[in-house]
Design a protein around this ligand. Structure first.
Ligand code: XMP
Length: 513
């Protein structure tokens, strides 16, 4: 049986991918396309439903992203979310204006009319809003089905077509019944079957890589994280020794990381070559404090190492990387859309120099982190690889805020090492998804052994997340926090103050730079 497809037209929201994520989790195949895909192209994909995403623009602005009215003639169910809702109304002749009351965050929502979208959803519930515009005049073929205290039209439907829309974000976990609303749309309204599984991903990828590479050599920038382990292992299965994994010691690695990586690779029989490039990285980052500059410089260093290595190996045409979907989205090299703004250029995506000669192989680029883990598990990779906390390619260089020097590297390495020891002592490592230290360029006064100190401040950042696109800070015990603070301040010369980062993502990102 053919798998059912839901299409999301992306108007630039940072959450568009989460909609895709949620629906894939419900077992229905979902793809994101840029809002300007042609109607003909949409039809050719035979979707069972279309979702119009949120976005940063206002529909009434000049050059705002719009769609053709013909989309309503396709007889395919449509769900508009946030900007998507205002767009439906605007295209049908409604009036949208900047709202007097901007709604951001959790809001009480009331259902006005029972309908398929809100099947079995309580009349009153909490939803997550993020909007500045509102519908002033509703076209006559649309009717209101839900409101909040400051938003008269918080949900609507078409009087005789399968078109629904909500002002809030059902894809965000803070919307209490969001997943039920998406389920209702997909299964009750679009009548999809839950059939899609990532089962045959491995066979298909291996086959694709074999055909593409065919006798050429591939160099892989191996970082030691789960993404690079899974992609390296997948490619190794496809082409064996035609793959050359290169692990670069940038000098910004955690203590003993090189040794750990070597052991893990031995365990799964994956050959890697380790290159010591500490001095190159440190000298090229000398005096640099801007985070994006750091990433670009690091990307350039990596490529120049890969280029030199490829000349030694010969016949190298491809560079393989463990890029995943969230790297692409957050670096905004997102093929589906030109509207979303770049958050950071993750070094393996946005940090690559334009002049790079290699063709890219990125077998995991459409998967989210937990999907990558599932693939790794199917490949038989051990737990200690699959559940390693992620570590960014630029490493400690983006955890030392501002300018980097050798002294700061020593300080942060010691502090991170203590953190890891205590995460293990307290059995916390597996219950959180990422934990690390950030060294701030701020000094403050302290007192130790009756003497005045004037040293750096360090931040402890520990988060829980499903896919690293959104995250909450971990609710750790005071006992653990106290232990970390006292050990780091007592044992690491150069830090005299510890703070715990209690922000979620959004509004913050996970790393500080
Ligand atoms: P942010 O800070 O963007 O992090 O919320 C999301 C996840 O990505 C990791 N990260 C990076 N990984 N190169 C990488 O390979 C990078 O430049 C980079 N920046 C952030 C971060 O550690 C977190 O897991």
């Amino acid at each position: 049986m053919k798998k059912d497809l839901i299409i999301i037209l992306d108007f630039g929201s940072q959450y568009s991918h989460i909609i895709a994520r949620r629906i894939r989790d419900l077992g229905v195949y979902t793809l994101l396309y840029s809002y300007d895909i042609s109607i003909h192209n949409i039809l050719s994909k035979k979707p069972k439903g279309i979702i119009l995403s949120g976005g940063p623009c206002s529909v009434y602005e000049k050059n705002s992203p719009l769609i053709s009215k013909n989309i309503f003639k396709l007889h395919i169910p449509i769900l508009g979310i946030c900007y998507g809702m205002q767009l439906i109304s605007f295209i049908l002749g409604g009036k949208i204006e900047e709202s007097k009351y901007k709604e951001y965050g959790k809001v009480d929502f009331t259902i006005d009319k029972i309908n398929d979208l809100f099947y079995k959803i309580p009349k009153k519930s909490i939803v997550w809003m993020s909007h500045f515009d509102e519908i002033k005049d509703l076209p006559k073929e649309l009717k209101i089905i839900g409101h909040t205290s400051s938003c008269r039209v918080a949900a609507l439907t078409h009087i005789n077509k399968n078109i629904y829309a909500v002002q809030f974000h059902p894809e965000v976990q803070h919307t209490k019944f969001g997943i039920f609303i998406l389920k209702n749309f997909i299964f009750r309204i679009c009548k999809c079957n839950s059939k899609w599984k990532i089962n045959n991903f491995i066979e298909k990828s291996i086959d694709k890589i074999k055909k593409r590479v065919y006798g050429k050599r591939v160099i892989l920038g191996f970082s030691g994280g789960v993404d690079s382990f899974v992609s390296a292992y997948l490619i190794y299965k496809a082409i064996g020794n035609y793959l050359n994994c290169i692990f670069v010691d940038t000098g910004f690695l955690l203590k003993k990381e090189k040794e750990k990586i070597s052991l893990l690779c031995k365990k799964i029989n994956l050959p890697i070559k380790i290159i010591d490039a500490k001095n190159n990285f440190l000298s090229s980052l000398n005096g640099i404090s801007d985070p994006e500059m750091k990433r670009k410089i690091i990307g350039k260093e990596f490529i120049s190492i890969f280029q030199k290595e490829s000349e030694k190996i010969g016949n190298v045409e491809f560079l393989a990387q463990g890029t995943i979907y969230s790297d692409i989205i957050e670096s905004s090299i997102f093929s589906s859309n030109k509207l979303s703004c770049s958050i950071k250029s993750h070094h393996n995506v946005g940090g690559l120099p334009i002049s790079m000669k290699f063709k890219l192989i990125e077998p995991l680029k459409e998967l989210f982190k937990d999907e990558v883990r599932k693939i790794g598990k199917k490949l038989g990779l051990p737990k200690e690889i699959l559940y390693r906390h992620p570590f960014p390619g630029p490493g400690l260089s983006i955890r030392i805020i501002g300018k980097i020097n050798e002294k700061k590297i020593i300080i942060i390495k010691k502090a991170e090492n203590i953190l890891y020891e205590e995460l293990n002592n307290y059995n916390i490592y597996d219950t959180v998804n990422q934990a690390f230290i950030i060294l701030l360029p701020i000094k403050s006064v302290g007192v130790m052994g009756d003497k005045r100190t004037y040293e750096y401040t360090a931040v402890l950042r520990v988060i829980n997340t499903e896919d690293f696109m959104t995250a909450t800070f971990s609710h750790l015990s005071y006992d653990f926090l106290e232990k970390i603070s006292s050990r780091i301040i007592n044992e690491v010369e150069g830090i005299n103050r510890m703070v715990y980062d209690i922000t979620s993502k959004p509004p913050s990102t996970i790393e500080w730079e």
